[in-house]
Ligand binder design. Structure first.
Ligand SMILES: *Cc1c(COP(=O)(O)O)cnc(C)c1O
Length: 433
């Protein structure tokens, strides 16, 4: 066997070193433990004091005036949709390639989702596929900064503004990502995000919205925070400035019928995590950039990252992807490529999320028991789309693969993992016979 023989075909594997703690996340120290234990020992899990501090600090870190915590990202985005006046019979636009919680909540508001295709290089919504989808009932565009990649806001915002449609950013993959030097989540009308344990900003189970618009902030409060609906509260000074007259009669009961108070153990962890987050994602940034720099020019595989002179960054590189181009490797399937990389001792898989537009939820589900699919229950035009309509999203299993999510910049380990991908790409023809 030559040293270049693929492990899948009996050769030696490229990765020989143990990973150690390079993939461990989130990073928990004594400081996190003390903060959480303090909440537990005070019996303050359902209190608001720590949560209020966390919201103010997070808003400051984002560079936005208002931040509001939620028990999860799904509910944060549900409240954002409602705040943007998405209601029964309305439509929203969302990329098909994202996690279901970017948009499925629209159905529970009686609205339909008009799915757009993605760009094969950014994996974010394709700006060229937005405008033709805007109709008289379109209320909002969901922009997902997919796998940390900042979506092209300069192209998206003018389309939304021209048609008077709100922009909701889903920042669940991209806490700390910069678009042309500015944090994603500060471009649209409002941003929602997950902070569950698997994400790059990970604090247990939690979500957040941030906005610069006091009316949107107040509407989010009134949707799921019974203590604060329509009244000035002691929570944050900002609240008393944004009390909305039309919400006052409903004080005491949340408009959504939801209760969104965060467990304060998560807020306590959030405050600690936030202090170290910039430094920790800087390490991730240099680790993943090192990995991709080593693979520059290798046929068939390409980094999913903005160019270095763009001022844009990948934040914490959540769910890091590679772009696969089978035509450069003699047509080798992405699945087979990944199988060979796994055999080399690096971990990968073909694809990303599954495309949402073909899922039965957006075709036949009758959530309100109205005898009709919810997508068309409230008099909307029928925007359901089947197989063959969004070719890039549908090809996701052939054009993307996972890469190792390094949390520390440790050259020796990263070089071995990069070597695994390089070796398979450079010997792809051995897998074709
Ligand atoms: C994780 C995720 C959400 C939902 O967040 P939860 O905290 O799990 O409810 C929403 N959008 C995207 C893109 C996500 O990845």
């Amino acid at each position: 066997m030559s040293p270049s023989a693929l492990a899948l075909l009996g050769g030696n594997s490229a990765v020989t070193k143990g990973a150690g703690d390079i993939f461990d996340w989130p990073l928990i120290t004594q400081e996190d433990e003390d903060a959480v234990l303090d909440v537990l020992r005070r019996g303050a899990m359902s209190g608001n004091d720590i949560t209020k501090e966390f919201e103010l600090e997070f808003a400051q870190w984002m560079g936005r005036q208002y931040a509001l915590t939620f028990p999860n990202g799904t509910d944060a985005l549900r409240a954002a949709l409602w705040a943007c006046e998405v209601g029964a019979g309305d439509e929203i636009i969302c990329p098909s390639m994202t996690y279901w919680a970017s948009c499925t909540q629209a159905l529970t508001l009686g609205a339909a989702v008009n799915f757009a295709d993605i760009d094969p290089d950014t994996l974010c919504i394709d700006p060229a596929d937005i405008e033709r989808r805007i109709g008289p009932r379109t209320r909002a565009i969901i922009v997902v900064h997919y796998a940390g990649y900042p979506a092209p806001m300069d192209e998206i915002l003018p389309i939304a503004h021209k048609h008077g449609v709100r922009v909701i950013e889903d920042v669940s993959h991209a806490h700390g990502s910069l678009y042309k030097g500015r944090k994603v989540g500060t471009f649209g009308d409002i941003a929602g995000m997950s902070m569950m344990s698997g994400k790059s900003f990970a604090i247990g189970e939690a979500g957040m919205i941030v906005t610069g618009d006091p009316a949107l902030y107040q509407r989010c409060i009134s949707y799921g925070f019974y203590e604060r609906t329509g009244v000035a509260t002691r929570w944050a000074e900002a609240d008393s400035q944004v009390t909305m007259e039309e919400l006052k009669p409903y004080a005491g009961i949340p408009m959504g019928g939801y209760k969104y108070r965060l467990n304060q153990t998560c807020a306590a962890m959030g405050k600690v995590q936030l202090k170290y987050y910039d430094a920790r994602i800087a390490a991730i940034q240099s680790a993943l950039n090192r990995f991709w720099d080593l693979l520059e020019g290798v046929p068939g595989i390409k980094a999913h990252r903005p160019s270095k002179d763009s001022g844009s960054t990948m934040g914490g590189w959540y769910f890091p992807r590679g772009l696969y181009r089978a035509d450069e490797l003699g047509g080798l399937s992405c699945a087979r490529f990944c199988e060979a990389v796994n055999a080399e001792g690096a971990s990968t898989h073909a694809g990303s999320n599954f495309p949402l537009h073909t899922h039965p939820m957006f075709h036949t589900a009758d959530i309100f028991r109205m005898g009709k699919p919810t997508m068309v229950s409230f008099g909307q035009r029928d925007v359901r789309q089947g197989q063959g309509t969004l070719p890039v999203a549908e090809s996701i299993g052939e054009i993307t693969f996972g890469v190792p999510w390094f949390k520390h910049d440790r050259p020796a380990i990263i070089e071995e993992h990069a070597a695994a991908f390089r070796k398979v790409a450079e010997n792809a023809k051995d897998l074709m016979d």
